[in-house]
Design a protein around this ligand. Structure first.
Ligand code: ATP
Ligand code: PYR
Ligand code: K
Ligand code: MG
Length: 480
């Protein structure tokens, strides 16, 4: 049984209802709509298709909207003789990046970021297109940043620009991000991902907007800047989950640091009971190949064995030639890793233990000792499930909730299957809770009479999040 989840970036290769249905059947748990690309109209169509594919297949599929964030990009380039808006830079030449509104050529490009000259200093490296082209700042004059080309390569319209090590003076949420966030809330997204998070307080503006819109959605911090790594523990605590965004991370900091940062992200996320996604190039060569490389198969399995909640596809499913095969392959690798390698997922001895953390931990312990068929958690926000899930128990976790967005949010949680209840359980007594448990799980074919399950719930009538305080060892079919 596969316990780690799968997040897939949706793009031209997967956005039709037919193709989405195929990747849902192959194992997609969360669809990622990247607001760095495409229009809100495109994404509304994709959103509706994801919902329809989820319904048609009966699978719980969440929608994650990834905001562009303060990413700096090139402007337009003039068309060359071949009709392409693309230039070739050569090593040693001068190349200017300007905030003037001009069309670029092999000597100069405009940039979307007006603060660039103020943020750059001679000697700073500037990277274009995920580090494929490398420049070094020689001088700053007015609106122009003069650079020398260190590593040559092609540059074309709207390619991303990274300034590793420079504290870029852009807000965590740009105007476009604010619009996209409002769009996501109104459309019905379940999860938001914030790009280029630097500080724990970067979440505050997003919460203000959510409060204005009348709905809070879990926010995943994308860890892709050195400042985020410096402030990692505070960010993990402030946000609802994290994504190890290895694409930008590997150009923002030395790539040899990425594997260890990834492991640290996973263990900190588990300490604070936050879901963690390992992203980018997990099966990268499958953009053009129906099978993964050996290194990729290992990368995917190792992310799962390190304890990630989920692995993610990007280009593989957005623009690749083998999107369904990519999801299938990820499901196979991840499923095998948890079926045969569960014992090698590190067990952490430094878990953050609030009262509810300790209660959940005791439930996991109990389930193991009595070899329970399942751990059942009644949950409003999903937090109780996360506290159980972070311990990576062998027994399946069933999260029972009355909230439709919590139901979808749990699609991202390791080892968890969510059930949407149409009856509020807060006023039910113990006997009624057990009856509801049995009815829900038996209808889904998860348990049979006589099975032992461990049930986590809160005292009758208690609506406060974090109030889970009751553990029951329940024998299915008995309602004493
Ligand atoms: N909705 C879309 N429409 C068109 N192309 C897309 C779309 N989503 C993704 N793509 C393409 O797939 C590629 C990989 O997707 P991904 O989301 O990883 O982009 P990215 O720009 O690398 O990510 P980010 O900006 O979050 O770091 C993109 O570079 C883009 O070319
Ligand atoms: C996913 C993403 O944003 C990255 O890897 O950079
Ligand atoms: K993005
Ligand atoms: Mg990124």
């Amino acid at each position: 049984m596969r316990k780690a989840k799968i997040v897939d970036t949706i793009g031209p290769a997967t956005e039709s209802l037919e193709n989405l249905t195929k990747i849902v059947e192959a194992g997609m748990d969360v669809a990622r709509l990247n607001r760095s690309h495409g229009t809100p109209e495109d994404h509304l169509r994709v959103y509706n298709n994801v919902r329809e594919a989820g319904k048609a297949t009966g699978r719980n599929v969440a929608v994650l909207v990834d905001l562009q964030g303060p990413k700096i990009r090139c402007g337009w380039f003039k068309k060359n003789a071949d009709g392409e808006d693309k230039v070739q830079l050569t090593a040693g030449q001068e190349f200017i990046i300007t905030t003037d509104d001009i069309e670029g050529d092999e000597h100069i490009t405009s940039t979307t970021f007006k603060g660039l000259p103020g943020d750059c200093h001679p000697g700073d490296p500037i990277l274009i297109d995920d580090g494929k082209v490398r420049l070094e700042v020689t001088k700053v004059e007015g609106n122009n940043v003069h650079t020398k080309v260190i590593v040559a390569g092609p540059v074309s319209s709207h390619k991303g620009i990274n300034l590793p090590g420079v504290a870029v003076s852009l807000p965590a949420l740009t105007e476009k991000d604010e619009e996209d966030l409002r769009w996501a809330i109104r459309t019905g997204a379940d999860i938001i991902a914030m790009s280029f998070v630097r500080f724990a307080t970067d979440i505050d503006r997003a919460h203000e907007i959510m409060d204005e819109e009348g709905r809070r959605i879990p926010i995943v911090a994308k860890i892709e800047k050195p400042q985020a790594v410096e402030n990692l523990e505070d960010i993990v605590k402030a946000f609802d989950g994290i994504m190890v965004a290895r694409g930008d991370m590997a150009v923002e900091m030395p790539f040899e640091e990425v594997p260890l940062v990834t492991k640290r992200c996973i263990s900190l996320a588990r300490r604070y009971a936050r879901p963690v996604i390992v992203a980018t190039e997990v099966l990268g060569s499958m953009v053009h190949s129906p099978v993964p490389s050996r290194a990729e198969a290992s990368d995917c399995a190792n992310a799962v064995l390190d304890g990630a909640d989920a692995t993610m596809t990007s280009n593989e499913t957005a623009v690749g030639e083998y999107p369904t095969e990519s999801v299938n392959t990820m499901a196979r690798i991840s499923g095998y890793a948890t079926e045969h390698g569960l014992a090698s997922i590190p067990s952490l001895d430094n878990l953050d233990m609030s009262k509810s953390g300790a209660v959940s931990s005791a439930a996991v312990d109990l389930a193991e000792k009595i070899d329970a068929k399942a751990i059942v958690a009644f949950t409003q926000t999903g937090d109780t499930v996360h506290r159980v899930s972070r311990e990576r128990p062998a027994a399946p976790i069933y999260g029972l909730t009355t909230d439709e967005h919590t139901y979808h949010w749990l699609a991202l949680s390791w080892g968890t299957e969510a059930f949407l209840l149409d009856e509020d359980y807060h006023q039910l007594n113990r006997k009624q809770i057990m009856e509801l448990t049995d009815a829900t799980l038996k209808a889904a074919g998860k348990v049979e009479d006589g099975d032992h399950v461990v049930v986590l719930t809160c005292s009758q009538g208690d609506l406060e999040p974090g109030s889970t305080d009751s553990i029951y060892v329940h024998t299915v079919g008995t309602t004493r």
